[in-house]
Design a protein around this ligand. Structure first.
Ligand code: AGP
Length: 610
C-alpha cells in the first residue's frame, strides 16, 4: 500500500529517495512522486504507473537538493493518475500522506467556500490546503500542524516540506506506520523500515498521535497535545541482503525456496527438538497468565486468516479449549463475545494490517490477553499486543505470501504443543513424538521444492484455464483455500477453495470437462472420503490434479495429473508440505501467463487502510 520516504542531510537526496521508493515497491502502488527543497524552492515530479515512469523525470529536479520526500500511491480516492499522485504541492509546501481522511468532503467544501481550488480528487489535497491555511494564520509549520490536526478525522501519516523552513522536515503519525531513522548529520523517515535500512539501523517508531520535526542534527517529537516526547531509538535487525533477489527470477520464487531454512531457524529457537519441550519464552507463553484462559480467539486477514483456520485444527485437540477463528474485518464491526479469560491471538505477517490492529485494541479493551504472531518485530501489532511470537521468517517482499504463511503454520503448531504441555493436555511423550517428526520437516520441505520441474511442466497444461477449484478435507481444507487464493492473486485466474464434503452442496454444478480441480489428498484419516469426492468430480468429467504421496497408486490412477508431495506422518505437518506444491503450481501458472508475479495488479503487501 502507499509508501513514504523522506531525507534531510548533506547528501544529494534524489537518489536516496528514489532508492527508498524502490525498496517499497513490493508493497504495491500505482503512481509515484518526489518533492525536494532546493534553498527555499520546492520542486516536484510525479508519474502514473511504476517507478520506471518516474525515473526519466528526476532530471527535472534540482540535482543538488539535500532534503525531500517521496511517495508511492495505492489509489483510494481518485484514479491512479499523475494529478492524484503525491506529493501534492501548493504555496511552496509539499505533502505526502498515507491513510484515509474520513471527513475530507466536509473539509473540501469548507475550503472551497474560502476560495481554494483543488487539482486532484484525493483526500490528501485537503490536508495540504488545510495546512497552508493554518500556516498563513499561525506562521510556523509546527503551530500550523497543531492547528490542523484536530480538524482531521481518520488515518493521516504525513511528511511535509515547507519552503519557508528549509532546515526541517515534518512528520505526523496517526494510523498508518512511520519510522524515523537516525544517521550522522542526516536523518531519514519512512512508512516501512525497509526503505531506510540500507542507510541506518537506528530507528524510532512513531506512535499514533505524534508529530516530529526532523533536522540534519536531530529529531524533536511532541504528542498531539504539544507535550515533548523523548524519542526511543532501537536497533533494527533487517538484513538488507534479504531484500535482494539473489539470482531468482522473482522474490516469490526466492521466498518459496527460503522456507526450509526459515523452518530450521524457527525450530532451533522455539523448541528443544531433543526433549520435545517448547521454549515458552520465545513462544510468548511465559508472559501470559494461562491459568485463567478458557477459550481462544484467533483473528487475521487473507492468508494469515487461512493460517489461523489451520491453527484451530492444531490448537483445539492439543489444548482442549474452544478456538474461534474470525476475519478481522468482520470481527471489528460486530459485537463479539470476548472475556478476560480469552486468549486473543492476532496473526499478521506485516503487523500493520489495519483491521487486525483494530481487533487487538478491541480485545485489550475487553481485558483479553493478546498474543501476536508477527513477522515484523517493531510493527504496530507487535507493539500493541501483550506478547509477540516473532516468526523471524525474514522480509517477505513478494505480495503473495509464501514463507510467512508456512511460518505462521509452524508457529501455531508449536504454540499448540507449548500450550498443551502447560495445560497438561499433552504429555512429554506427545511432545517427543512431535519432535521426531519436526526434525525431519525442513528436509521434507526441500524435497517438496525439488518437485518444481515437474510442477512447471504441469503448469503449462493449465495456464489457459478460466477457473480452478481446490478441494481438501481436514487440515488440507485451509490449504485448499490458501491454494486458491495464491492462484487468483498472481495469475488472475478465478479459483475457489472448498472442503471436499461441501462440493455436493452446490459447487459441483460448476464441474465439467473445462474445470481443473486440485485435490489435496494426503494419506491421512480423510483419504477414503477424499477419494469419493474425487470420483464425484470425475463422474462429471472434471479434470483432477491430485496432490498426494509418491506411492499412492490408487490416487495416481484416478488423477489426470499428479503432483508428488513428500509424506510425513502427521496431518498437521503434512499441510505445511502440501501448500508448498500449491505455491509452486500458482507461481509457474502465473509465469506462463506473464503476469507481474511479485506485484500483482491491484494488490498491496500490507493493507494499512480498512
Ligand atoms: C497474501 O498472499 C495476501 N497478499 C494477503 O491476503 C495477506 O495475507 C493479508 O493482507 C494479511 O496480511 P498480514 O499478514 O500482513 O496481516
Amino acid at each position: 500500500m502507499c509508501g513514504i520516504v523522506g531525507y534531510i542531510g548533506k547528501q544529494k537526496c534524489i537518489d536516496i529517495l528514489f532508492d527508498g521508493l524502490s525498496r517499497l515497491e513490493y508493497r504495491g502502488y500505482d503512481s509515484a512522486g518526489i518533492a525536494v527543497l532546493d534553498g527555499a524552492e520546492i520542486g516536484v515530479v510525479k508519474a502514473e504507473g511504476k517507478l520506471s515512469q518516474l525515473k526519466p523525470l528526476l532530471s527535472e529536479l534540482p540535482a543538488g537538493a539535500t532534503r525531500g520526500i517521496g511517495h508511492t500511491r495505492w489509489a483510494t480516492h481518485g484514479a491512479p493518475n499523475t494529478t492524484n499522485a503525491h506529493p501534492h504541492a501548493h504555496a511552496n509546501v509539499a505533502l505526502v500522506h498515507n491513510g484515509i481522511i474520513e471527513n475530507y468532503l466536509e473539509l473540501k467544501k469548507q475550503l472551497t467556500g474560502e476560495g481554494v481550488t483543488f487539482q486532484s480528487e484525493t483526500d490528501t489535497e485537503v490536508a495540504l490546503h488545510l495546512f497552508v491555511r493554518e500556516l498563513g494564520r499561525h506562521k510556523t509549520p509546527f503551530k500550523a500542524i497543531m492547528a490542523m490536526i484536530p480538524q482531521l478525522k481518520g488515518a493521516f501519516s504525513l511528511g511535509i516540506l515547507v519552503g519557508n523552513e528549509p532546515d526541517a522536515v515534518y512528520v505526523v503519525k496517526q494510523g498508518s506506520p512511520l519510522v524515523i531513522g537516525a544517521g550522522r548529520n542526516e536523518n531519514f523517515f519512512a512508512s516501512d523500515a525497509m526503505a531506510i535500512v540500507r542507510h541506518t539501523t537506528r530507528a524510532h517508531f512513531l506512535n499514533d498521535g505524534e508529530v516530529g520535526r526532523i533536522t540534519e542534527q536531530g529529531v524533536e517529537i511532541w504528542d498531539f497535545s504539544g507535550n515533548v516526547v523523548a524519542p526511543h531509538f532501537v536497533e533494527l535487525d533487517i538484513s538488507s541482503a534479504s531484500t535482494e533477489k539473489l539470482g531468482f527470477k522473482h522474490f516469490m520464487l526466492k521466498e518459496i525456496h527460503e522456507q526450509p531454512r526459515v523452518f530450521s531457524g524457527m525450530l532451533k529457537r522455539l523448541i528443544d527438538l531433543d526433549s520435545g519441550i517448547p521454549n515458552d519464552d520465545e513462544l510468548g507463553l511465559s508472559k501470559l497468565d494461562l491459568s485463567r484462559i478458557d477459550n481462544i480467539c484467533m483473528v487475521a486477514c487473507g492468508t494469515a486468516y487461512y493460517s489461523a483456520l489451520l491453527g484451530k485444527y492444531y490448537l483445539e485437540p492439543a489444548v482442549q479449549l474452544p478456538v474461534n477463528v474470525e476475519l478481522a474485518s468482520e470481527f471489528r464491526y460486530r459485537q463479539p463475545w470476548l472475556s478476560k479469560n480469552t486468549l486473543f491471538i492476532a496473526v499478521s505477517q506485516s503487523g500493520e494490517t489495519a483491521d487486525t490492529l483494530a481487533t487487538v485494541k478491541q480485545a485489550k479493551e475487553h481485558g483479553c490477553q493478546v498474543l501476536a504472531v508477527c513477522n515484523v518485530k517493531m510493527s504496530s501489532i507487535a507493539r500493541e499486543a501483550n506478547v509477540t511470537l516473532h516468526m523471524d521468517a525474514g522480509p517477505e517482499i513478494g505480495v503473495a505470501s509464501t514463507k510467512a504463511f508456512t511460518a505462521m503454520l509452524l508457529a501455531h503448531y508449536l504454540l499448540s504443543l507449548g500450550l498443551g504441555y502447560k495445560r497438561k493436555t499433552l504429555t512429554i511423550s506427545d511432545l517427543k513424538k512431535a519432535a521426531v517428526l519436526l526434525k525431519t520437516l525442513p528436509a521434507r520441505m526441500d524435497q517438496a521444492i525439488d518437485g518444481k520441474v515437474a510442477i512447471e511442466q504441469l503448469a503449462a497444461k493449465y495456464d489457459e484455464a478460466a477457473n480452478f477449484i481446490f478441494m481438501g478435507r481436514g487440515t488440507s481444507y485451509p490449504i485448499a483455500l490458501e491454494g486458491a487464493l495464491k492462484l487468483k492473486e498472481i495469475s488472475y485466474i478465478h479459483a475457489e477453495g472448498y472442503a471436499g464434503g461441501e462440493l455436493k452442496h452446490g459447487p459441483i454444478a460448476l464441474i465439467d470437462r473445462h474445470m481443473p480441480v486440485v485435490a489435496i489428498a494426503p494419506q491421512d484419516v480423510y483419504r477414503e472420503k477424499m477419494l469419493s469426492n474425487i470420483e464425484e468430480v470425475k463422474a462429471r468429467q472434471g479434470r483432477i490434479i491430485a496432490v498426494g504421496d509418491q506411492d499412492d497408486q490408487h490416487l495416481r490412477r484416478l488423477a489426470d495429473d499428479f503432483i508428488v508431495c513428500p509424506h510425513i506422518a502427521d496431518a498437521g505437518l503434512q499441510a505445511m508440505l502440501s501448500v508448498v506444491c500449491l505455491q509452486l503450481l500458482s507461481y509457474y501458472v502465473a509465469v506462463k501467463r506473464g503476469t507481474d508475479v511479485d506485484q500483482p495488479r491491484n494488490l498491496a503487501k500490507s493493507v494499512t487502510v480498512e
